[in-house]
Design a protein around this ligand. Structure first.
Ligand code: PMP
Length: 360
């Protein structure tokens, strides 16, 4: 359509992982596996499922989008002022709040090459100019990013760790970078995979909020908490910043079941620990298995790892699909020779490795 907004005309939409049900229909099977979207193979916490069942009778009522109970619980758990939080329909939406509030025609948004695709899409759709800093070793080159700062910079996106490359930034490097972000720009620090991170140099970013009022940390219930289908994520920042973002938040954005499930999930340490244990073991299995097949892998992080397949990822992706295994091709990220696989249950990891061995 010629009358689409400037940024939208040549936008390439986000390509999500292939849905499991779709592949099962295509192949006429019922036991396909999806290791394509960094979801939690253990599913949601049983406490979250119970809270959802309890919440069902209230579904005729609109949700309270400011999520008061979830907010109070999370503020207590993270030792924050409740006004430092904002909730979104997934953390994707929290990033969109930032774009809506700060970007737009005439502004610039800085991302890294190989960054999570949603940043560039939201920014471009707003009419902002997206400036892409070349990556270094598949990770953020912070000097290159800082080199792009100028008077029109309004937003800077960094995922730590980065999806899909698995690279992460140390506390020291990131702190030095935040110091350089101009006061007229907001840094969105995306910690979607925080719970999985055990690297010694991985930052504890929350104390930075006291020093930098132009920093927002985003986190999600989609990954370690296994609630991707309900869509609930949050941002943490200075109360004044959150108040600005609240202006562009739609009133009923986080649904009732998402709120009660996220609240219950926070109380279930046992499920979280089981998730992390499964993940640790799964990362080892995938790393060993991929290396055994002679493949080069990028650093595993969060609940996924990317790996190179000589001769092109698409062919291997298609062949795995025919065997009932969905992974993620990274061609849309400009990495046509790479695929990304998410940690599954042990049997799923094994099946993926076996099928990949066959295909190769
Ligand atoms: N950030 C990163 C780095 C991600 O990988 C994802 C999900 N793939 C998200 C944010 C979005 O998560 P959600 O919207 O489900 O919270």
């Amino acid at each position: 359509l010629e009358y689409a907004a400037a940024g939208v005309s040549d936008l390439r939409p986000y390509q999500p992982g292939k849905p499991l049900a779709e592949l099962e229909r295509e192949l006429g099977i019922r036991d396909a596996i999806k290791l394509a979207s960094n979801e939690n193979p253990l599913g949601p916490s049983p406490l979250a499922l119970a809270a959802i069942r309890e919440g069902l009778p209230t579904l005729a009522l609109y949700p309270e989008g400011s999520a008061p109970e979830l907010r109070a619980r999370l503020a207590r758990q993270l030792d924050l002022d409740p006004r430092q939080l904002i909730f979104g329909n997934g953390s994707d939406q929290v990033m969109e709040f930032a774009v809506r509030a700060f970007a737009g025609p005439g502004t610039e948004v800085i991302v890294s090459q190989y960054a999570f695709a949603a940043y560039g899409i939201a920014a471009q759709a707003s009419g902002a100019t997206v400036r892409i800093a070349p990556a270094r070793d598949y990770g953020h080159d912070l000097d290159a990013m800082a080199g792009l700062f100028d008077a029109r910079t309004r937003l800077v996106f960094i995922a730590n760790p980065n999806n899909p490359t698995g690279t992460h930034l140390s506390a020291e490097a990131l702190e030095r970078f935040i110091d350089k972000v101009p006061a007229h720009a907001l840094l969105v620090l995306d910690e979607a995979y925080l719970e999985f991170m055990d690297a010694a140099d991985y930052p504890d970013s929350k104390p930075w909020l006291r020093r930098f009022s132009n920093l927002m940390i985003t986190r999600t219930f989609s990954k370690a908490y296994g609630l991707a289908g309900l869509r609930c994520g949050y941002g943490i920042g200075h109360p004044d910043l959150m108040a600005v973002l609240e202006r562009v938040r739609q009133p009923f954005n986080v649904n009732t079941l998402a709120q009660v499930a996220a609240h219950a999930a926070l109380t279930d340490r046992v499920h979280l620990q089981a998730t992390l244990a499964n993940n640790r073991r799964g990362i080892e299995m995938l790393r060993d298995g991929l290396c055994h097949l002679g493949l080069t892998i990028l650093p595993p992080a969060g609940n996924f790892t990317a790996f190179a397949v000589p001769g092109g990822g698409q062919r291997v992706y298609d062949a795995l699909l025919r065997r009932g295994v969905i992974v993620r091709p990274l061609a849309p990220y400009g990495m046509p020779d790479h695929l990304r696989v998410s940690v599954g249950l042990p049997a799923e990891n094994q099946r993926f490795l076996k099928m990949l061995g066959e295909v190769l």
